[in-house]
Design a protein around this ligand. Structure first.
Ligand code: SAH
Ligand code: AVI
Length: 307
């Protein structure tokens, strides 16, 4: 907690103030994210799910029997159900997530639906070293699963670090099945992060409620507005909270001055070109075995393998 507070204060003390997007995900934030996935503008989840449905038989055949399925940022494990249904004779399912209550409640439901599967949830921040449990049955290989384009919430260096961690966790003969959102019409992307029902705005603002509760901060919850801008030249959405007036925020023993109209960066959401993503995968040691997309080529699910 002391390290977390220190990192938070450091982020809020830079000329460009920022807070890690991991603070979106308290219990309320996880529920709001689920609501986002059902929005008509938020094409990512529906498109990825359709890709999974269309190709699940081939995916399961490529992975083979008795794998251990390790998921980073599992959320509600909704898309994962397809893998749990189709992967043959799964050795274990290990969902990893930072949002404790949501993870445990989701896995209760997964256990009920798949009583024959060894479900071993891990509450952890996957950007720091963490321990994975040993399944009761020895797996033939590991399949790391990282759906949702959550990789896109990391800047290049941190995304590379995470891919290297997943390379290690995949182990010899293992693989990474990863969802990566693709570059497309900027208006489509803009709408996905500026939905008409205002759910993304509530999701973004909830981060401050979370920080006030978890760290005793005193952000004025009424003073901020959601802003999300797609920058095609950078291939990413920039998500911010913009302060309507000057204020002092106390967090730990720090006092942060936030100017009128100043923006706190809360998230990047990178949109990839298939080629750039392949270069990242290769730099992490993976070979790109398969890339599945939808007919509009809006989203990709990729099987990255290691030898
Ligand atoms: N996989 C789901 C959820 C994606 S939302 C889907 O595809 O729909 C991102 C998920 O990652 C959330 O459940 C969030 O709690 C989790 N998450 C974000 N940052 C994390 C971190 N640093 N460590 C662990 N989990 C994290
Ligand atoms: C989890 N992650 C991939 C989402 C995204 O699209 O970048 C989080 C999100 N932020 C705003 N809407 C959804």
């Amino acid at each position: 907690m002391a390290d977390e507070l220190e990192a938070l204060i450091a982020g809020l003390s830079q000329p460009q103030k920022s807070v890690s997007p991991k603070y979106f995900y308290d219990e309320a934030g996880s529920v709001l994210f689920d609501e986002i996935t059902r929005l008509p503008e938020y094409y990512l989840t529906g498109t990825e799910l359709a890709i999974m449905r269309d190709n699940i038989a081939e995916m399961a055949a490529l992975v083979g029997p008795q794998a251990s399925l390790i998921e980073f940022g599992s959320g509600s494990s909704y898309k994962t159900r397809l893998l749990l249904e189709h992967l043959e004779d799964l050795a274990a399912y290990v969902p990893v997530d930072i949002s404790e209550e949501h993870l445990l409640a989701s896995q209760q439901r997964v256990r009920q639906a798949f009583p024959h599967i060894d479900v071993l949830p891990v509450v952890a921040d996957f950007t720091h070293p963490f321990q994975l449990p040993d399944p009761t049955t020895m797996p033939v290989r590991n399949l790391v699963y990282f759906p949702g384009s959550t990789i896109g919430n990391f800047e290049y260096d941190d995304a590379m670090k995470l891919l290297r961690v997943m390379y290690q966790e995949a182990g010899q003969g293992g693989a990474l099945l990863i969802g990566a959102d693709l570059q497309k019409d900027p208006e489509v992307i803009h709408a996905a992060y500026n939905d008409s029902a205002g759910v993304t705005a509530r999701f973004n603002l909830n981060m401050l409620t979370h920080l006030n509760r978890a760290f005793g901060a005193d952000f004025d919850l009424d003073a901020y507005e959601h802003r999300a801008t797609y920058r095609p030249d950078e291939g990413r959405v920039v998500v911010e909270l913009v302060s309507s007036h000057k204020q002092l925020v106390h967090i730990g023993d720090a006092t942060i001055t936030i100017a009128k109209d100043e923006a706190i960066l809360t998230e990047y959401s990178h949109k990839y070109a298939i080629k750039t993503f392949a270069a990242m995968a290769n730099s992490a040691g993976f070979a790109v075995d398969r890339v599945w997309t939808d007919p509009r080529e809006w989203f990709s699910v990729q099987l990255l393998v290691r030898d």
